[in-house]
Design a protein around this ligand. Structure first.
Ligand SMILES: Cc1cc2nc3c(=O)[nH]c(=O)nc-3n(C[C@H](O)[C@H](O)[C@H](O)COP(=O)(O)O)c2cc1C
Length: 250
């Protein structure tokens, strides 16, 4: 609630809420004048959020990078959510990384797309160049969906990241629980903002991080196969919009 209050004091116009479904958060954000977008993982969570006052729904499919709440793919999730929320705008997320994905999302009834992974290679990001290079080299089978691998600070928070030496050693050891994971507690990198970074720590390597960058969590979704070059964020938006327009007007 403190963080929400800080946003409202600064007149942040749009607040995005994910994971928890607290009606109080939605009501509080609304009462402060913000528009509220709720990231839903199935039709029920979307409908409940709308009942609680969400202005728009982000429907996040299983393909998505970072924390992933549900297990339904974007292709099946978006129409289910669209059907469940009436006139409330739905923003499709997960695996959308070019104009083909945007056109598909619109065809499924979404009003917009919410894109994360593709922007990791934008010039404006501050992630480590080795992380960007690995994304550019990666294909759609190179990510993993992990129930409880990186220490995200709260339990049962599955996440999707690029497979690396840390995830592979953990898989090879039989996916042991925290406390029994290989190399747990090893310092693998360090950064001025974070100090030492230990294996399994939730941390995105930034340009100032030094050490074994490959061993640190590199969040990304299955749409990583469409991340192929470094571009400005503006050029990414224009390229995706142009591609989608051509497909839709075909
Ligand atoms: C590096 C990274 C960090 C993310 N951090 C957050 C976050 O802090 N809060 C959030 O609601 N979603 C976060 N997400 C998820 C996005 O909001 C979105 O659902 C996802 O990126 C869409 O799928 P895509 O990655 O396939 O484009 C993150 C995604 C990535 C790739």
């Amino acid at each position: 609630m403190e963080q929400l209050d800080a946003c409202l004091e600064e007149n942040v116009p749009v607040i995005s809420i994910f994971w928890g479904r607290s009606p109080e958060f939605i009501a509080h954000a609304r009462s402060g004048g913000a528009k509220v977008i709720f990231s839903a993982w199935d039709a029920q969570s979307a409908a409940e959020a709308v009942d609680h006052g969400a202005h728009a729904i982000c429907a996040q499919g299983w393909e998505a990078g970072g924390h992933v709440r549900g297990k339904v793919s974007t292709m099946a999730l978006v129409p289910a959510v669209v059907d469940a929320v009436g006139d409330t705008p739905v923003i499709a997320a997960g695996g959308i990384a070019d104009g083909r994905g945007l056109a598909a999302a619109l065809a499924l009834g979404a009003s917009a797309a919410w894109i994360g992974t593709r922007f990791l290679s934008a010039k404006e990001t501050c992630i480590h160049p080795d992380y960007v290079a690995r994304l550019i080299d990666a294909c759609e089978t190179d990510t993993g969906y992990y129930d409880n691998l990186f220490d995200v600070g709260w339990p049962n928070a599955p996440h999707r990241a690029l497979q690396n030496s840390t995830t592979k050693a953990w898989e090879a050891a039989g996916r042991p629980k925290p406390g029994q994971r290989p190399g747990e507690g090893d310092t693998v990198a360090s950064s001025p903002s974070e100090g030492k970074v230990v294996r399994y720590q939730t941390f995105s390597p930034d340009t100032e991080t030094t050490g074994d960058i490959e061993a640190v969590a590199m969040w990304c979704g299955q749409g990583v196969s469409m991340v192929r070059k470094v571009q400005s964020a503006g050029d990414i938006v224009l390229e995706i919009a142009d591609e989608a327009r051509k497909i839709i007007s075909f």
